[in-house]
Design a protein around this ligand. Structure first.
Ligand SMILES: [Zn+2]
Length: 209
């Protein structure tokens, strides 16, 4: 396992989901097209964690070293992360479609909760309190913890009616619609929104011609 390999440039994850758990769910480019999978090894979990600012550069290096020292543990942590990612995807995809999430997926998320909440602390911050997560490099599963917590927090947030699946014809990405009039339709205007605009334009030209 090439946990510390730096030969190939890391994929740049698109963090447009509006919630950490949805960004992580979207690391599978398209649920119907397995060739768009962007998580292939533990190093990809670290790349996502780094880009989503779950871990800082020092913590990422520390975790990469741990993964190199114990490839079996890294493979297990990677397997866990993908399982939880897929459960999170199916839970929120079901909710976006107005249906009940599969009980097995909720169970999978629940099984990840104790580790996700382990070592959490409350600390005073400016104007109130915040979760402290300074123990992030202590275990290979550490990057998964804030993701699982994000999914749990979103599920109990009362904002589930804002979870949407992209309207793009070949896109299965999830996002939190934070627009005032709840009118967001695309995972991103630059990709799916723009493709839809081009299609409309092309159809119009065809009818005119
Ligand atoms: Zn999309």
């Amino acid at each position: 396992m090439e946990a510390t390999s730096s030969s190939a440039p890391a994929y740049t994850f698109e963090l447009s989901g509006g919630a950490l758990c949805l960004d992580f769910a979207n690391t599978c480019g398209n649920q119907a097209r397995p060739e768009q999978e962007h998580l292939h090894a533990y190093a990809d979990i670290l790349a996502f964690a780094r880009q989503a600012e779950i871990v800082d550069a020092g913590q990422a290096r520390e975790l990469a070293d741990r993964a190199a020292e114990d490839p079996a543990a890294a493979a297990a942590a990677f397997g866990d992360a993908v399982e939880v990612r897929d459960a999170i995807y199916r839970i929120f995809s079901a909710l976006a479609a107005g249906t009940s999430p599969p009980p097995a997926d909720l169970e999978r998320l629940n099984r990840a909760l104790p580790d996700a909440l382990a070592g959490l602390r409350i600390e005073p911050r400016e104007g109130g309190f915040a979760w402290s997560r300074d123990d992030l490099a202590d275990s290979l599963t550490a990057p998964l913890r804030p993701i699982v917590r994000s999914a749990a927090e979103l599920l109990v947030s009362g904002r589930l009616d804002r979870v949407r699946e992209c309207d793009g014809t070949t896109c299965t990405w999830l996002f939190l619609d934070q627009s005032r009039n709840r009118s967001r339709r695309w995972c991103s205007m630059e990709t799916c929104g723009n493709r839809a605009k081009v299609r409309r334009h092309y159809r119009r030209r065809k009818t005119e011609g």
